[in-house]
Design a binder for this molecule. Structure first.
Ligand code: RIB
Ligand code: CA
Length: 296
């Protein structure tokens, strides 16, 4: 599978990236970064640092933009990855993230899978630059939204949608094969302290770096869960997009973005998209096993 990742790295974005790199059947053709958990520039530095640790400096990383709301240092730390210093990686690509996405889609018509684990600004920019984009890509998976569960932002909103609601509205309304992976399912797939310890004991430097990031993430979710656990938002979207886990409940629903409140709303009059509401197996162990298999 040929894949373009659009991300706001971000602790759970970092896990998603590591999972994609560890997947035998996935070729990461390019990565774009977007304003979200941290600035698009800092997310690119984080992504390039992780790629350097993985020995994958060959993957282009293009800086995008999108609406900037100041990031979430209380969740992802001041640098977006829990304050963990990463090596200085290569230089960002000279293209914007939207341009990189359009170029890859044109070069591989019908082949490119798009996975968005941050706000939708880069995808919306790409749609505006290339109106034929929906017909050029194989599939789009977006981690975002909250339909039947409270959000992680005020007024039942979810961060990736709330950070750039206009862009999300464009992306959800576009005529491409889109799967939404909302909080309804991501909040139910978690790691605990034991999973962090397993990664910390690994030899692989990416796994060890992720283990070092997790205490900040565990701290931020502990009050919500009443337990020392973290949700696998972005890794679950990556696992679904690449077939590592399978959806067991994926209705086709009309979903629109309530731009004023930054939230997703089920609306039968809106274009239908596939919405993952449940996964067949607990994803946490599957994701951990894949990371440890390649880098124990
Ligand atoms: O709401 C969860 C999403 O917001 C994840 O993508 C996380 O990285 C944050 O950006
Ligand atoms: Ca993210």
């Amino acid at each position: 599978m040929l894949l373009y990742l659009d991300c706001d790295t971000g602790i759970d974005d970092a896990i998603a990236l590591a999972l994609l790199l560890a997947h035998d059947d996935v070729t990461v053709a390019g990565i774009g970064t977007v304003n979200g958990n941290t600035s698009a520039a800092q997310a690119a530095a984080n992504t390039l640092g992780l790629l350097a640790l993985a020995g994958r400096d060959d993957i282009p990383v293009a800086v995008g933009a999108g609406r900037w709301r100041g990031g979430t240092p209380h969740v992802h730390g001041g640098n977006g990855v829990g304050g963990v210093p990463l090596p200085r990686g290569g230089q960002p690509d000279s293209r914007t993230a939207g341009s990189l996405l359009v170029e890859l889609a044109r070069r591989h018509p019908g082949e490119l899978h798009v996975l968005a684990t941050g706000p939708c600004g880069n995808l919306a920019a790409a749609l505006r630059a290339e109106p034929e984009l929906p017909g050029l890509v194989a599939a789009v998976t977006v981690m975002g939204g909250a339909l039947r569960t409270p959000g992680n932002r005020p007024e039942q909103a979810e961060a990736n949608i709330a950070d750039d609601p206009s862009a999300a509205a464009e992306v959800l309304a576009a005529p491409w094969p889109l799967t939404l992976v909302p909080l309804d399912v991501t909040l139910r797939h978690r790691w605990s302290e034991d999973d962090r310890a397993a990664l910390a004991a690994a030899r692989d430097p990416v796994n060890r770096a992720i283990a070092a990031m997790l205490p900040a993430y565990l701290d931020s979710y502990e009050p919500r869960f009443g337990a020392r656990q973290l949700p696998l938002h972005d890794p679950l979207a990556a696992a679904l997009a690449t077939g590592l886990v399978t959806a067991s409940d994926k209705p086709r629903l009309g979903v629109r973005v309530d731009v004023a409140h930054g939230r997703t709303v089920a609306d039968p009059a809106a274009p239908g998209i596939d919405v993952v509401l449940a996964v067949a197996e607990p994803a946490g162990p599957v994701i951990l096993e894949r990371l440890l298999r390649n880098g124990s």
